[in-house]
Design a protein around this ligand. Structure first.
Ligand code: IPM
Ligand code: MG
Length: 371
């Protein structure tokens, strides 16, 4: 019997509610399998950690994350922590996890379930069958570049600086992830940057071109300016298969792509480190793309699908449990086919359910599929 250690970090806001639904799914797999089981540990992150310990994540929680087979993350932040010192703001907990665990590759799939094509703000024919993957660089660029500061000048004026930095190896390794994924999908990569205004864009394009020639000539590569990419995503999203891009552009483009699937509440993500040559393992964190949604937090209204699908990605990418991951995806699709909807994806004639109603329905489908 293999035991997989999971660290659950619900965080703040709706993360607490959506992670509770993931626990149902974990319990389902534990009850069913006699070959693998999940051992759960929990800790605080974000505002919740700040309230308890005065930091956005403790060293002890970081140590647990280092040891875990996978971290399942909810969401962080909210107006309650608007005034906390910048280095302790809730988001700092998530950024520390990404940086210290070396999770440089952020996979953000945008899949439009047929049942939800009408919930998208785009026309059905544009999004029906959409299946694209944004590969976002996650540990570099303007998120972490130094200097990063606000200084007061001699004349009393303030000046803020953020620094966009990329070096060759950072671009190479993320490009390889994108090409590897494209090989298993539609065979096409769009690399998005702004070489027309940014030196980092010039280097990005150069390095991706070189990696393509040496490593993946069988994959089709197109370079696209990030602003044009944003426009093309709205104009004709199905032209894309894999989009590889930097940390900041990836943040923006993945929110845009998520909305095409009907709701931000639908999109999961995986953040992966490099493979440890000794153990063959890679550190990994799985999280919904949506945030903590303070406006609906605690009301039982949040859509748990993105978080449950994130656990599905953990099954696939961390535990080599592809069949189980497919089961999760099928259960989600079935529940949607049956017309169950949380309020973010509610449409005429459908049945409205809350967070736990949706979680229960997915659990029921899992049991039916496995029977
Ligand atoms: C995301 C979020 C984070 C980011 C925030 C919460 C720091 O928007 O994961 O996309 O900007 O990366
Ligand atoms: Mg974001």
């Amino acid at each position: 019997m293999t035991t997989h250690a999971l660290l659950l970090l619900p965080g703040d806001g709706i993360g607490v509610e959506t992670i509770a639904e993931v626990e149902r799914v974990i319990a389902f797999f534990n009850a069913r399998s006699n070959t693998a089981r999940f051992e759960i540990d929990r800790d605080l992150v974000g505002g919740a950690a700040y309230d308890a310990h005065g930091v956005a994540i403790t060293d002890a929680a970081m140590a647990k994350a280092e040891r875990a087979g996978a971290v399942i993350f909810g969401s962080v932040g909210g107006p309650k922590w608007a005034g906390v010192p910048y280095q302790h703001r809730p988001e700092a907990g998530l950024l520390r996890l990404r940086k210290d665990l070396g999770l440089f590759a952020n996979l953000r799939p945008a899949i439009c379930y047929p049942a939800l094509a009408d919930a998208s703000s785009l026309k059905r024919e544009l999004v029906e069958g959409l299946d694209l993957m944004i590969v976002r660089e996650l540990t570099g660029g303007v998120y972490f570049g130094e200097p990063k500061e606000i200084v007061t000048l001699e004349n009393g004026e303030k000046r803020a600086v953020d620094t966009q930095i990329y070096s060759t190896h950072e671009i190479e390794r993320i490009a390889k992830v994108a090409f590897d994924l494209a090989r298993k999908r539609g065979g096409k990569v769009h690399s998005a940057e702004k070489h027309n205004v940014m030196r980092t864009g010039v280097l990005w394009k150069e390095v991706v071109t070189a990696v393509h020639a040496a490593y993946a000539p069988d994959v089709q590569l197109e370079h696209i300016l990030a602003d044009n990419c944003a426009m093309q995503l709205i104009r004709n999203p199905k032209q894309f298969d894999v989009i590889v891009t930097d940390n900041l552009f990836g943040d923006v483009l993945s929110d845009e792509a998520a909305m095409m699937t009907g709701s931000l509440g639908m999109l999961p993500s995986a953040s992966l480190g490099s493979v440890d040559p000794e153990t063959g393992r890679r550190k990994a964190l799985y999280e919904p793309v949506h945030g903590s949604a303070p406006d609906i937090a605690g009301k039982g209204l949040a859509n748990p699908i993105a978080t449950i699908a994130s656990f599905g990605m953990a099954l696939r990418y961390s535990f080599d449990m592809g069949a189980e991951a497919d089961l999760v995806d099928q259960a989600i699709a079935r529940v949607l086919d049956k017309g169950l909807r949380t309020s973010d994806i509610m449409q005429d004639g459908m049945t409205k359910v809350g967070t736990s109603g949706m979680g229960q329905a997915i659990e029921t489908e899992l049991k039916a599929l496995a029977a």
